[in-house]
Ligand binder design. Structure first.
Ligand code: HEC
Ligand code: HEC
Length: 487
């Protein structure tokens, strides 16, 4: 089920490249009609429910009735608004003291994605800044080299900035965002104005940041299909890696390697925007702790992400209670939330056979978007939950890290990922973002205001594909976008 370090090392040595793939999952070269299974991106988990704002909130379609009850209970915990401890209901207290939001759902809105503040009356709840500093000591360097940590924390602020605090405590900051317009002229003369953001940490509550602190903006990503991404065999992902670009296509692709506190070993990173977490479980427990300030089995501190220097925060009452294993969210609560998070179904594709969609598909494949946005996989058949077992899936990602150029760089490394690398974003469901979330803000920080802007921000390893889109005529561009919208 999980990647062992020696296997990872061996496959790096062998220099496995893009062209290797499990049989039956090579990208097609026939665009005359839709492929078998293509209309069901999540295999048998795919839902066919009505397309409306709830399109990302349905359970895996092949889930049994009994398990659907757990899914619904998990949904309740995903939406639960945590309150300050002590409270009369011990089951829901323990918020903060520092936090970004009071529930999972506040950021993963409608199980979809977050967004940057949209106009002066909006807030920045569904995004935050991660923070880190370069290694300062030999011990820091050892921890990073052994993949024991992904980051060296700011000594006062930790690895994430929280913009809220419970009554009587100071929030850490508020996010400052400035946009600068950058015009891009396409081959047919069309001018697209990109907005380039600059981020600052304002209103600091605990003194200055470390002088070398680096900030990384993150928008909450959509929640669909995550159990399927976890069910892809690690070897299938590693077979796509080409760290030294041996096939000479300008595209490398590197696996992140991160410490798993659950399995006590180094594993392939898959979740988070730089693939900094090995599993939905560890990403979710990290979210309870870092985003909401809730203690969980893998991080038992009732003070959330507050550091040893934040003494008032450390000493505040917490919600750890004996009836919940001296935690705020015990294993049972966490398991239900993780089960929910793994089973949000991907919606069926629309219009797979439409001539414009097929023409756009050809452009997507032949332009080389699929070098990173890898179309399809068959999930593992062993050690996987019944819903996710042995499914033909179409996530359009290789889950690898790619250098995306200076324009998208955050300059903050995370594990193996350097300051210019991001995990290829899965594209399934992306066309329904406006329906589910009422906006079309894309990329890791929501800077792109539509799909075309998202593509035009591609640089680094994706420079050639970006340039090919700039060179397209209006009809080809529309077809390419039509294909992406149909995902
Ligand atoms: C304050 C906003 C916020 C809250 C609250 C929040 N998340 Fe997230 N979530 C994010 C962001 C931002 C990311 C991307 C993180 C990264 O890149 O490190 C993310 C990533 C994830 C991912 C990985 C998705 C992927 O595509 O890799 C999962 C799973 C997840 N969150 C689950 C949860 C759960 C469960 C909760 C509640 C316990 C929660 N989140 C609460 C903002 C939030
Ligand atoms: C070198 C690898 C690579 C290539 C080639 C590539 N992409 Fe991407 N793509 C990425 C990565 C990495 C991201 C996430 C970047 C970020 O969030 O800053 C991304 C993000 C996106 C997004 C936004 C996803 C979201 O959820 O916000 C879209 C849309 C997209 N790519 C479409 C395309 C298209 C169309 C092409 C071909 C013209 C293409 N990409 C080529 C790596 C690639």
């Amino acid at each position: 089920m999980y990647q062992y370090y020696p296997i990872l090392f061996a496959s790096l040595l062998l220099g496995a490249s893009h062209i290797n793939a499990a049989p039956g999952t090579e990208p097609t070269t026939d665009f005359s009609q839709a492929e078998p299974g293509e209309a069901l991106p999540g295999g048998a988990t795919t839902h066919h429910k009505k397309i409306n704002a709830n399109a990302f909130s349905h359970a895996s379609a092949n889930m049994s009735f009994e398990r659907e009850i757990d899914f619904k209970v998990g949904n309740g915990f995903f939406k639960r608004l945590w309150v300050t401890a002590p409270a009369s209901t011990q089951a829901a207290d323990g918020l903060g003291p520092l936090y970004n939001a009071r529930s999972c759902q506040r950021c993963h809105l409608k199980d979809g994605r977050g967004h940057p503040p949209n106009g002066p009356d909006d807030n920045a709840v569904s995004m935050f800044l991660r923070i880190g500093i370069p290694p300062q000591t030999d011990e820091d360097r050892r921890l990073l080299a052994e993949h024991r940590v992904n980051n060296i924390p700011d000594p006062v602020y930790g690895t994430q900035l929280q913009d809220f605090a419970i009554a009587g405590h100071k929030a850490e900051y508020s996010i400052g965002i400035r946009y600068e317009e950058i015009p891009v002229t396409l081959a047919d003369g069309t001018v697209v104005k990109l907005r380039k953001p600059t981020y600052t940490a304002e209103d600091l509550g605990y003194g200055p940041l470390h002088p070398e602190a680096r900030l990384s903006p993150r928008i909450a990503p959509q929640m669909i299909g995550l159990g399927l991404l976890e069910a892809i065999d690690a070897d299938d992902i590693l077979a796509l890696a080409d760290p030294d670009d041996r096939d000479d296509d300008g595209i490398s692709g590197r696996p992140n390697r991160v410490w798993s506190a659950e399995f006590n070993k180094v594993m392939l990173g898959r979740f988070g925007l730089k693939a900094g977490a090995p599993s939905v479980n560890e990403q979710s427990q990290g979210a309870f702790n870092g985003d909401i300030g809730i203690s969980v089995p893998l991080n038992r501190s009732g003070a959330g992400e507050c550091t040893a220097k934040q003494t008032a925060c450390q000493e505040a009452p917490n919600g750890n209670s004996p009836q919940y294993d001296n935690l705020e969210a015990d294993a049972q609560v966490v398991d239900l939330v993780v089960f929910y998070s793994k089973n949000l179904a991907v919606p069926a594709r629309r219009d797979v056979d439409h001539p414009d969609v097929l023409a756009g598909k050809r452009l997507f494949y032949e332009t080389g978007c699929i070098s990173c946005h890898r179309p399809k996989y068959v999930t593992r058949s062993e050690g996987v939950a019944p819903e996710q077992k042995g499914q033909l899936i179409w996530p359009y990602t290789d889950l690898l890290l790619h250098d995306m150029g200076e324009g998208l760089a955050d300059n903050r490394p995370e594990g193996v990922a350097n300051g210019r690398e991001w995990r290829t974003a899965p594209l399934w469901g992306i066309g329904l973002t406006p329906v589910v979330n009422g906006h079309s803000f894309y990329l890791h920080d929501g800077r792109a205001r539509n799909l075309l802007e998202a593509i035009l921000w591609h640089g680094g390893e994706a420079q050639a594909q970006r340039d090919a889109v700039v060179a397209m005529n209006a009809e080809q561009r529309a077809q390419l976008l039509r294909f992406v919208e149909s995902l």
